[in-house]
Design a protein around this ligand. Structure first.
Ligand code: GLN
Length: 339
């Protein structure tokens, strides 16, 4: 029989902690965030997105990690309160809103729940069912954005901003510089939307769909905000700080399932294997991961890998899953073991 792989353990808690502190999840996570900062701050891999000109200006040294626990307690490290644009992580919020507003059947007629195996902006469709593969790739997200309710762009934008506010507990705004920069160069998303129209999947308001989608991607957040969205999803849709129900519990289950299988695009299989947490990345450098039963994690660091995901963000999630035992199928997290 092959030997059990030895658990990587490149760090430990300080020696002077009481047994009670050693059994506390908070103590472990608090010390671990500092350790992650020490480990990855100097990492020099990847590059900020440049296909959206305004994103290329991001400082590659920025690195922030935030955790929000289910009792509403925040832990932060580094640049956790630096603002950036949410980009594709917004797809999580819009998918939930569409499910809640229209129900599963209407939503799934537009976007299924199958990983595409392709890049986030691939021009591919599920031909068998004439829909986008899933709501996490651009084709699916554009089809979902078209489901925003309202008679005017302003009303539909407001419905979107209100949904974000329910998750975050504070008003949000669209970064106009990033918005304009992306809209001017959004030829690929426009092409995808035209194809969605030609297939009869979305309404023919092409420019309005691309505008609203680009606005949702340009919403300003911090790593702390991402941790709040993730913690809300970990908490059956209730924001642990404000107590507000941001999303119905049944829809949370759907959103987390799709995040787990499709959230990291064509890295999703590897992601489930290595990290085992529902997650979503954005080309602004943000990553959020849901820690079921514990809370939410948000990471910000602009340099991206070839999948369009933050390099430090992936490292943080991989290490956390492995060393703190956060993988969904992990049998024994460290704080449950004898000190
Ligand atoms: N706004 C970006 C785009 O459509 C979002 C992509 C992403 O974050 N993966 O290209």
């Amino acid at each position: 029989m092959a030997e059990q792989p030895t658990r990587r353990r490149a760090w430990d808690l300080p020696r002077d902690l009481t047994p009670e502190q050693r059994r506390s999840r908070r103590t472990w996570i608090e010390h671990y965030l500092v350790e992650l900062d020490r480990r990855y701050r100097s990492l020099d891999e990847g590059a900020p997105a440049d296909y959206i000109p305004a994103l290329a200006l991001a400082d590659p040294s920025l690195f922030g990690v935030a955790v929000l626990g289910q009792q509403g307690q925040h832990l932060r490290c580094g640049d956790a309160d630096v603002e950036f644009t949410i980009q594709s992580i917004s797809k999580v919020v819009l998918y939930g809103l569409a499910l809640e507003t229209w129900g599963r059947d209407v939503v799934h007629e537009r976007a299924g729940v199958e990983p595409s195996g392709d890049r986030f902006n691939a021009i591919t469709f599920d031909d068998d069912d004439n829909r986008a593969f899933n709501p996490m790739v651009n084709a699916g997200a554009l089809a979902i954005t078209d489901l925003l309710e309202g008679d005017t762009v302003d009303e539909r934008l407001q419905a979107m901003l209100d949904a974000f506010e329910r998750y975050l507990g504070h008003p949000v705004e669209v970064d106009q510089t990033v918005y304009r920069s992306e809209l001017e160069t959004a030829h690929r998303n426009r092409a995808i939307t035209h194809l969605l129209v030609s297939r009869g999947i979305v309404s023919d308001r092409v420019e309005e769909i691309v505008e609203l989608y680009t606005m949702q991607c340009s919403i300003v957040v911090t790593a702390t905000d991402l941790a709040t969205i993730a913690a809300t999803l970990a908490n059956a849709g209730v924001n642990p700080v404000t107590g507000e129900q941001a999303l119905a519990a049944w829809a949370v289950r759907d959103v987390l399932s799709v995040m787990l299988t499709c959230g990291m695009y064509d890295y999703s299989g590897e992601w489930v294997y290595r990290v085992g947490l529902p997650a979503k990345s954005g080309v602004g450098g943000g990553v959020l991961a849901v820690l079921p039963g514990i809370g939410g994690l948000g990471v910000y660091s602009p340099p991206l890998d070839k999948f369009g995901t933050s390099v430090r963000g992936v490292k943080v999630c991989e290490d956390l899953a492995e060393e703190l035992g956060m993988h969904l199928f992990e049998p024994s997290p460290p704080w449950t073991r004898e000190p």
